[in-house]
Design a protein around this ligand. Structure first.
Ligand code: FES
Length: 192
């Protein structure tokens, strides 16, 4: 449901902070000093971390920037590079921050990439899986960290990641491996 006409829905913030990907959004908000004209940058970060912009995200960003929710929704729908729907039925976001990178995060990405024929930012042709990367999810002690759908996984290996992905898409995994088509998000500049 579009958020354009919603007014301050209650109690979303608590659920929000249980997901470490919001730390990426917070970091961008802080980097731009919560300036309203940083909206597109913040939306890019959010989409990169989550794969798409859901209502909770847009409400969160609207509150943080003190913008009307309808404004945030309008910007998100105006630009074609933002998506309000998940690109794939399942999403795997691999943290490529320094701590995760040195603990084989790149191997995890390349393993998923080879297995499913998708690069970060892409979705399998059958729409089952989208692969994305993010920078520091704020759980470096668990490196390498990734998020499959809404499940945060730490101390992953290429093997455990593949096992989990296959579990979540097991219903119709036979089509996986097809070439890709859809873009999940836009590249984002490096966090400081
Ligand atoms: S670098 Fe991956 S959680 Fe911090």
């Amino acid at each position: 449901m579009p958020i354009g006409k919603q007014k301050n829905p209650p109690a979303k913030q608590e659920a929000v902070h249980t997901d470490p990907r919001y730390k990426l959004v917070d970091r961008t908000l802080k980097r731009f000093h919560y300036q309203q004209d940083a909206l597109i940058e913040v939306l890019h970060t959010a989409q990169e971390a989550f794969g798409f912009l859901n209502d909770d995200l847009m409400i969160y960003i609207a509150r943080a920037l003190k913008l009307p929710q309808s404004w945030v929704y309008g910007v998100a729908t105006f630009y074609h590079f933002f998506s309000l729907e998940p690109q794939g039925e399942h999403t795997c976001v691999v943290c490529m921050g320094t701590a995760c990178y040195v603990k084989r995060a790149a191997e995890i990405v390349s393993t998923v990439q080879e297995e499913f024929g998708i690069a970060p930012g892409e979705t399998t042709e059958d729409g089952k899986l989208s692969l994305a990367t993010a920078r520091c999810l704020g759980s470096c002690g668990l490196a390498p960290v990734l998020v499959i759908d809404n499940e945060v996984l730490g101390k992953e290996t290429p093997e455990t990641t593949m096992k989990r992905i296959k579990e979540v898409i097991s219903t119709t995994s036979s089509d996986a491996g097809a070439p890709v088509t859809a873009a999940v998000g836009q590249p984002q500049e490096e966090h400081k």
